[in-house]
Design a protein around this ligand. Structure first.
Ligand SMILES: [Zn+2]
Ligand SMILES: [Zn+2]
Ligand SMILES: [Zn+2]
Length: 98
């Protein structure tokens, strides 16, 4: 596990949730995502690349918000789109659950 990511917030506190599912899917009236990802910059929830919408990746491409976290129960990993690294942080605050 590498931790060479410069996008981590200093205190690792997750941003407040802005929705209980992929916001772009919900806006389109869909709930067909596979897994959810949680933007660590603004708190937006997006669906993973196995989902039809791929909205988490689209969110990064639109905003440059590089750091996401898994939003799946029991999964603690982070992923940085800019650095293309996945890592876990011991003792990081729990992501909020939906
Ligand atoms: Zn990074
Ligand atoms: Zn979506
Ligand atoms: Zn964001």
């Amino acid at each position: 596990m590498s931790n060479d990511c410069s996008h981590l917030p200093p205190d690792l506190t997750p941003p407040p949730l802005t929705a209980s599912g992929c916001e772009a899917c919900l806006a389109a009236g869909k709930r067909d995502w596979v897994h959810l990802r949680f933007c660590q910059t603004c708190g937006r929830i997006g669906c993973c690349d196995n989902s039809p919408g791929k909205h988490a990746t689209a969110h990064y491409q639109q905003t440059g918000h590089a750091l996401i976290r898994s939003f799946e129960p029991g999964e603690e990993w982070f992923w940085c789109y800019a650095d293309e690294i996945a890592f876990e942080i011991a003792g990081a605050p729990q992501a909020p659950s939906y």
